[in-house]
Ligand binder design. Structure first.
Ligand code: TYD
Ligand code: MG
Length: 451
């Protein structure tokens, strides 16, 4: 077999024919490693036909409508209504977040409809059986294969004629045709290429588990994401029970979908009403707590923001934020000092979003500010109030996207008052909830929402 070598960056997958000290693509030093590539490994057929020629759309037979539902509502939704035959779905997430648990639950539900093969490169068959028992997975249509050699694993896909195959995880799989160590960029690419080829020729659908690096990307090159049909990220705080499954790429559906799960002793359960679940157990008359509505994809989810301020004992005041961007919090504290004239210089401030949720939108600004003021003044906020609005540097309250959806969600959960940007009131005429328009942050101090 004719082969050549390339230098491949272990951080970003950049390829070059000659050695370089610094990767021109990602700027990392000493990451270019020499790798052998086999010329013919590059060729891959996307069609199941043996000889492909140009064809009209009406000539192409689709079996796309043939979706296999997982009977896990939250997962099916993120997939766009089920798993498409012959597709590749990458499930990424930090270690211990629950990827293997979710996929074992997929096994439980799919085993009644078709054959499923679970290839594990991380756990032994005994460990897998223990997890299966915990999740009450039974049946002879589920086959377990502890294997790290991808060629051997894929040969069993044909032999067992399975409909769904799970590869847990892509980083532990090893391909003989690339001579670099397992988990390297070259290995991951070759392994994924082989899986892709198998999926297209056999029609078997694959779930591939991918580990995530510290900065939140799937370990290995970006191209892994380009090769698969759908990329789902499993997020959440490992020490909290709520998990969010987010679609970041989907060739067969929308990427605006999220699934919400709760990790329990019996595995993951779907949370149909995340707002109610996240707000349960909320202290109703405590200071430092406020509620906002976040958009997770197209879904509005109510979340509780908690703040605690306490006098600084010594030196610089401490600031800590869990689930909210730290620099955003520091900025909002500066706005409180400058625009509201409240002293924060001698106050430590701690922020937390309940339930391990991550706030990555500015719509929560007003709620964060309210929670801090509430703790600072030791005054509780009316528990039936929701805050929506982005706060700008001059203290102005700015509009947020999808405000009517957020307001309806608050109304559905029985909230009575909603503080919204002044400019958004026009578009929110017929809602059954009291609206308070805020033009600047000063306005929230005036209103009768303070206990
Ligand atoms: P796991 O699926 O092994 O994570 P990953 O494959 O993403 O690394 O899940 C690990 C965690 O989930 C582990 O800390 C134990 C917990 N867990 C439960 O709380 N309940 C359960 O029923 C199961 C199977 C796991
Ligand atoms: Mg695992």
């Amino acid at each position: 077999m004719k082969s050549k070598t390339v230098f491949c960056c272990s951080e970003c997958g950049y390829e070059t024919a000659k050695f370089l000290g610094k990767c021109p693509s990602c700027g990392e030093w000493n990451t270019l490693k020499e790798q052998k590539v086999f010329k013919d490994e590059k060729k891959i057929s996307l069609s199941r036909e043996t000889s492909v020629r140009p064809m009209t759309l009406s000539e192409i037979k689709t079996d796309m409508s043939e979706r296999l539902t997982m009977d896990i509502t939250e997962l099916d939704r993120v997939l766009g209504g089920g798993l498409v035959k012959g597709s590749l779905v990458l499930v990424g997430g930090e270690p211990g977040i629950g990827k293997s648990t979710l996929l074992m639950q997929v096994c439980r539900n799919v085993a009644s409809k078709g054959k499923i093969l679970y290839v594990s490169g991380e756990e032994s068959e005994m460990q897998l059986k223990m997890r299966a028992e915990r999740l009450s997975v039974t049946g002879d249509d589920l086959l377990i294969l502890p294997e790290t050699d991808i060629d051997k694993a894929l040969s069993f896909v044909d032999e067992t004629k399975c409909d769904v195959c799970i590869i847990d995880s892509v980083q532990t799989m090893f391909s003989e045709s690339v001579d670099s160590s397992g988990g390297s960029v070259g290995q991951i690419r070759d392994v994924t290429m082989k899986i892709m080829r198998k999926a297209k020729e056999s029609g078997c659908a694959f779930f591939i588990v991918g580990h995530v690096t510290k900065d939140g990307n799937i370990a290995g090159p970006r191209m892994l994401e380009h090769m698969v049909d759908a990329v789902l990220y499993f997020e959440g705080d490992r020490n909290q029970s709520y998990r969010i499954l987010r679609g970041v790429k989907n060739r067969f559906g929308s990427t605006n979908e999220v699934g919400v799960f709760e990790m329990t002793g019996e595995g993951l359960i779907c949370v149909d009403n995340p707002s109610a679940a996240l707000l349960s157990g909320r202290p109703l008359d405590a200071s430092g707590s406020s509620v906002t509505c976040l958009m997770e994809g197209t879904r509005p989810i109510l979340a509780e923001i908690q703040a605690l301020t306490s006098p600084t004992g010594f030196g610089m005041p401490r600031r800590a934020a869990e689930g909210v961007d730290f620099s955003r919090v520091v900025m909002l504290i500066a706005i409180i000092e400058k625009k509201l004239g409240l002293t924060m210089q001698n106050q430590d401030a701690y922020l937390n979003v309940v339930g391990g949720l991550k706030v990555d939108e500015t719509a929560a600004d007003l709620a964060i500010i309210s929670a801090i003021i509430s703790s600072l003044k030791n005054k509780s906020i009316d528990p039936a109030t929701v805050f929506l609005g982005e706060v700008g540097l001059s203290g102005e309250v700015r509009s947020v996207p999808g405000i009517s959806r957020r307001v309806s969600e608050a109304e559905r959960l029985g909230f009575k008052t909603c503080v919204v940007p002044e400019g958004s009131i026009q578009g929110l005429r017929d809602v059954g909830i009291k609206l308070i328009g805020a033009r600047t942050v000063m306005d929230i101090l005036k209103e009768d929402i303070w206990g």
